[in-house]
Design a binder for this molecule. Structure first.
Ligand code: ADP
Length: 516
């Protein structure tokens, strides 16, 4: 058999040049005889396959093939040798000396001598392993992603549609390619989609747009989709189209609708509850006022008959204190209902904080059966601050009352009032029962009372209201508490010194100015 690349041949003058050329080619150039044994391989064989050329010449090509590809290769080889075909081209796998599998694109033609006798087959192997890997990867991705990935021309028409289209819409990719999506949009979304398209074209580049819309699927119904779109630019930065990635969001839309409906229902119920609460609370006030005045009259009449007076007084005092308790509960419930219906506003005005605190402290001290008092310690220079006096008094009163109520028999509470540059803080500290760890997260929730308060009266509404009042000031309320050691509740409200500088008018009422 003639080796066409043999440089020792007599007619090899020109072939020497060709041989050099062939050795310089990156692809493997091969020749096999009619039996399929290698008769020539260029240097690329060694580079790709790891075997020396001399090691394999004379050996059958199929022994280097991937076992699964042997049969197919014979189906290509046999018709060539039998002259049923002039050439063949296919993709196949070879196994390198180190055991690695390589994909080659094979191009082979029949080799005949001058008299027309078949001598074998010659051709090239092009290593397409990485290209094949990428192709397989893209195929795997496009066949398995649940999202829909589409490439669009600048005018919006489909250039590529991933196979997931069938599972999502019932269409095949071919049904859509070349068509404009506008004809599939819900009539109610066409305008918005076209505006979005223009926006994308005008401001395109790297921005990514998300949009929700309805798309007509093959069975004629509409399905909700969310699509993110990104422009595709060429090397000169010119827009060549856009890529869109979409997913069906029917379930999400249904859930959103349900949530919106139940929110609306909840709002209506809340409104109803607020109205009911405020109506019934108002209705309670009148009979309570009547009972109070009757009790007072009873006391007056009883005072005229000396011997029954002590018994009557004992009961009337009980009735009066229960009336006060009920009235205060009604006040609180009404306040909560006002807060919930957002019917409260914070009317800030310059206030003398030291005086406000002092007045509230005095009122609370007066009703302490154990005669305990509060120490107020002031840091910074007292000044007028901007706050709503009613809301702030209410908040502070609740914290101070709690400090007394939850520390019976312990050290007296202390109030630390601090004037900072652009804010003030009021910290109410007590040495009482504290808040157990597991209740700490919930104590600002309406009606929540900690487990250690069973024997102490309360409604669980005070801190809820206090927090709302402080938030209306855009302030914060925080606390630290250790069970059986005590609690510190701190209100912080921003108020710049610009509010007023009437320091001289502030009556510090003899409280000590300390650093702490
Ligand atoms: P209450 O009317 O029950 O005092 P609040 O809303 O004022 O309602 O307080 C809520 C809960 O927080 C209280 O029931 C109590 O468990 C806890 N708490 C509030 N302040 C203190 C405090 N100074 N010491 C201990 N526990 C407190």
């Amino acid at each position: 058999m003639i080796n066409y690349f043999d440089t020792d041949r007599e007619d090899s003058g020109n072939f020497k040049q060709y041989k050099n050329l062939i050795e310089a080619i990156n692809d493997i150039v091969f020749q096999v005889d009619v039996k399929g044994n290698w008769s020539f391989l260029n240097n690329s064989w060694k580079k790709e396959m790891g075997y020396e050329v001399s090691e394999v010449l004379g050996k059958p090509f199929f022994s280097y093939l991937h076992p699964d590809d042997v049969e197919t290769n014979f189906k290509f080889f046999q018709p060539l040798i039998e002259q049923k075909k002039e050439y063949c081209s296919h993709e196949t796998r070879y196994i390198t000396k180190s055991g690695k599998v390589l994909w080659f694109k094979v191009f082979a033609i029949l080799l005949k001598d001058e008299t027309g006798n078949v001598e074998g087959v010659t051709g090239t192997f092009q290593n397409i392993s990485s290209e094949k890997h990428n192709r397989d990867f893209i195929k795997l991705l496009s066949e398995n992603i649940n999202d829909l990935v589409c490439l669009h021309e600048i005018d919006g028409s489909y250039k590529y549609v991933s196979p997931s289209i069938t599972a999502i819409t019932g269409y095949s990719a071919e049904d859509l390619i070349g068509k404009n999506p506008v004809s599939f949009f819900h009539p109610g979304d066409v305008k918005m989609m076209s505006e979005n398209h223009h926006k994308l074209m005008d401001h395109g580049s790297n921005n990514e747009y998300y949009i929700n819309y309805r798309f007509r699927i093959k069975n004629g119904t509409y399905k909700w989709f969310e699509t993110s779109t990104k422009m595709i630019l060429d090397e000169d930065g010119k827009t060549t189209g856009f890529i869109a990635s979409s997913r069906g969001i029917d379930n999400r839309k249904k859930t959103e609708e349900l949530i919106l409906k139940s929110l609306q229902k909840e709002r209506e119920l809340n409104q109803l509850k607020s109205n009911f609460v405020s109506l019934t609370s108002h209705e309670f006030r009148t009979p309570l006022a009547c009972i109070r005045s009757s009790v007072e009259l009873t006391e007056i009449y009883a005072s005229k008959s000396g011997n029954v007076l002590p018994y009557v007084l004992k009961h009337t005092q009980n009735i009066l204190s229960e009336i006060d308790r009920l009235s205060s509960l009604i006040d609180k419930v009404l306040t909560v209902s006002k807060i919930e219906s957002q019917g409260l506003t914070c009317r800030k005005e310059p206030i003398d904080l030291v005086a406000l605190l002092d007045e509230n402290v005095n009122n609370i001290e007066k009703i302490q059966k154990d005669k305990r008092a509060v120490t107020i310690e002031i840091e910074g220079t007292p000044r007028l601050v901007m706050a709503d006096p009613l809301l702030l008094s209410h908040a502070v009163t609740n914290l101070i009352s709690n400090a007394f109520k939850y520390s019976i028999g312990r050290h007296q509470p202390i109030i630390y009032l601090t004037f900072n540059k652009s804010s003030f803080t009021i910290m109410v500290k007590d040495f009482g029962i504290g808040v157990p760890g597991k209740d700490q997260k919930k104590i600002f929730t309406a009606f929540h009372r900690a487990e250690n308060t069973h024997n102490i009266e309360g409604t669980g509404l005070g801190l809820f209201i206090t927090k709302k009042f402080i938030e209306l000031h855009k302030g914060t309320i925080t606390f630290n508490s250790v069970e059986q050691k005590g609690s510190e509740f701190t209100i912080k409200i921003n108020s710049s010194p610009k509010a007023s500088n009437l320091t001289s008018n502030v009556n510090i009422l003899g409280h000590s100015l300390v650093n702490f």
